[in-house]
Design a protein around this ligand. Structure first.
Ligand code: SAH
Length: 461
C-alpha cells in the first residue's frame, strides 16, 4: 500500500519542514504488524513528493491476533488484502510517521501550518465496499478535493468477473497539510469495512480530535462516524451528542455576533459602503495592517485594482497569509498588490487611484508628522475620494475601564474629540481644495456621540 503526497507550493521543499522529515533521508517506522517507510521520490523547489509505503506482514497479523475473528487456521488469515489496501493501518502509520504534521506543529516554519497549500495525494489502493466511487466522491469532494478515481477489475485476465471494490484514488486540493492528513486518517478506515482495530471509547476521542473543524460540518458526517466506529451505536451517539453541544454553543456565539458586530466590523463596513458609493474602481488602503479591509474590497467586483500599503513588514506578511495571497487564482491576484511604504513620504506608487482609505491610522502618527501625511495624501497623491476614520475621544467617557485622559491604545499618539476632528477636516478642505462630510460609526450617545468617526473627502478636479 502506497500513499504519496505532492506539493507545488514554492519552495516545495518546505514539505520536508512540515513533515519533520528530511528529504534526503529514508526512514523506517516500526508498526505492530510490519513497517512503514517514508521517503521522497522527488524533492525540488518546484515540486516535492513524499511517499509512505506500508509494508505489512500478514504472518505478523495472525500472530498478533489482528486478523479477523476466525481463530482456527484459514487461508484467509494468510492471504488477504490487508498488505495492499489503505485501511486503519494507514491511519496508524500516518499518526506515527507524520505525528508532528498531523498535530499541527512545525517549529521551523510555524507560519506554514495554517497555510493552505496545493496538495495532491495518491492512494494505491483503497477499498470502498458498499458505496464505491460514488461514496469516495461523496466523502472527499465536500472537503474541496478534485477526485480522480480509477476502479480496478477483480482480475484483468478475467474481465467477466467484473469490477472489484478497489480503487486508485488521487485527490487534489488547496488545503493545509494537517487537514489533508486528518481527512485521510478518518476517512480511509471508515471506507474500509474489514477493520482490524479494537473499537473503544479511545476511538471516539481520536475521531473527535482528528475530525475537529471539518467532520462536524461534513454533509455525510453521520455515515462517516457510523462506519468509522464499525456501527457501534452507543459510541456513534457519543460523537453526535458532542456535536450537538458544540452546535448549540456555536449557535449562541453566532447569534450574539450577528446582534452585535464588533466596532471594527462596523467601521470597515461603513468604509466599504463609502468607497462603493464613490464609484471608485481603484482603491489604495493606506496603513492596511493585516488586510481586513482588503479582504472586503476583494469581494466587490467594482474594485478592479486594489492595493494595500503599510510601513510594517510584519503586518504585510500577516495580510498575505490572511488573504491566502499565494493561492489566489491568477485573476484575483492581478487585482491585488501589497507593498511597503510610509505615509509621510511622497511616493509615486500612491498616485493614480480613484480612492484611498485611511482606517484608524492617523492617530498612530506623531502629531508633528501629520502635516507631512496631509501633503503626501491630499497634496501629492490626491485621489478623488479619501475615506478616513479615527476614534472619537469624547466617547471615551463611556468606557468604564478607561481612566480620564488616557487613550484606547498605547500606540495612539492622539485621539481627537468630534470638534477637533471637524476642525482638522475643515483645514484640509480649505488648504487642499477638498470637500468633506463627517459620519459617526457605531452606536450614538446623545452626549458623547459615536465611538468612531469617519470623514469622506472628495474633490471634483
Ligand atoms: N487599517 C487597518 C490597520 C489599522 S492599525 C485596520 O483598520 O485594520 C494602523 C496601521 O497603520 C498599522 O498597520 C501600522 O503599521 C500602520 N502605520 C502606522 N504608521 C504608518 C506610516 N507612517 N506609514 C504607513 N503605515 C503606517
Amino acid at each position: 500500500m502506497l500513499l504519496t503526497i505532492s506539493t507545488t507550493y514554492q519552495p516545495a521543499t518546505d514539505l520536508g519542514f512540515l513533515l519533520h522529515k528530511h528529504p534526503d533521508r529514508f526512514q523506517t517506522i516500526n508498526l505492530s504488524i510490519g513497517q512503514a517507510h517514508a521517503f521522497y521520490p522527488e524533492s525540488s523547489p518546484e515540486r516535492t513528493t513524499v511517499a509512505l509505503l506500508l509494508d505489512m506482514d500478514p504472518i505478523d497479523m495472525v500472530r498478533n491476533g489482528r486478523s479477523d475473528g476466525n481463530q482456527g487456521f484459514s487461508l484467509g488469515q494468510y492471504v488477504n488484502d490487508r498488505p495492499y489496501v489503505g485501511s486503519s493501518f494507514l491511519s496508524v502509520a500516518l499518526a506515527k510517521a507524520f505525528s508532528t504534521a498531523l498535530n499541527g506543529t512545525c517549529h521551523k516554519r510555524p507560519e506554514l501550518v495554517d497555510q493552505p497549500l496545493p496538495l495532491k495525494a495518491t492512494l494505491s489502493v483503497v477499498s470502498a465496499p458498499a458505496g464505491g466511487e460514488a461514496l469516495l466522491r461523496k466523502w472527499f469532494e465536500p472537503l474541496g478535493y478534485t477526485m480522480d478515481i480509477t476502479p480496478h477489475a477483480l482480475d484483468a485476465t478475467h474481465p467477466e468477473w467484473g469490477m472489484s471494490s478497489y480503487y486508485t484514488v488521487t485527490m487534489d486540493g488547496v488545503v493545509t497539510l494537517q487537514a489533508l492528513l486528518a481527512h485521510l486518517y478518518v476517512l480511509i478506515p471508515a471506507l474500509d469495512r474489514d477493520k482490524h482495530y479494537y473499537v473503544s471509547e479511545g476511538e471516539v476521542a481520536k475521531l473527535l480530535a482528528k475530525g475537529d473543524g471539518w467532520l462536524e460540518q461534513h454533509p455525510a458526517r453521520e455515515e462517516i462516524t457510523r462506519r468509522y466506529l464499525l456501527g457501534f451505536r452507543s459510541l456513534t451517539k457519543q460523537v453526535w451528542s458532542e456535536w450537538e453541544g458544540a452546535e448549540e454553543a456555536a449557535d449562541v456565539a453566532r447569534k450574539e455576533k450577528a446582534a452585535a458586530p464588533s466596532l471594527h466590523d462596523r467601521r470597515l463596513q461603513a468604509v466599504l459602503s463609502a468607497l462603493l458609493a464613490s464609484g471608485a474602481e481603484s482603491v489604495l488602503d493606506l496603513g492596511c495592517g493585516e488586510g481586513k479591509l482588503l479582504r472586503l474590497l476583494l469581494k466587490e467586483r467594482q474594485f478592479r485594482r486594489i492595493e494595500g500599503m503599510d510601513v510594517s513588514y510584519g503586518e504585510l506578511t500577516k495580510a498575505m497569509d490572511r488573504l491566502h495571497y499565494e493561492d489566489l487564482p491568477p485573476r484575483q491576484r492581478e487585482r491585488l498588490k501589497l507593498w511597503q511604504g510610509a505615509l509621510t513620504y511622497r511616493d509615486e506608487r500612491m498616485h493614480g487611484f480613484d480612492a484611498a482609505a485611511v482606517v484608524e491610522v492617523i492617530e498612530h502618527l506623531d502629531e508633528n508628522r501629520l502635516q507631512a501625511f496631509e501633503r503626501v495624501v491630499f497634496g501629492s497623491a490626491r485621489p478623488a475620494t479619501v475615506v478616513l476614520t479615527t476614534p472619537n475621544a469624547d466617547y471615551n467617557a463611556l468606557f468604564e475601564k478607561m481612566e480620564a485622559d488616557t487613550m484606547r491604545h498605547t500606540d495612539h499618539r492622539f485621539e481627537w474629540s468630534r470638534e477637533e476632528f471637524r476642525a482638522w477636516t475643515e483645514r484640509i478642505t480649505s488648504e487642499y481644495a477638498y470637500q468633506v462630510s463627517i459620519e459617526p460609526i457605531g452606536p450614538i450617545d446623545d452626549t458623547y456621540g459615536s465611538p468612531s468617526q469617519m470623514a469622506i473627502f472628495t474633490h471634483a478636479d
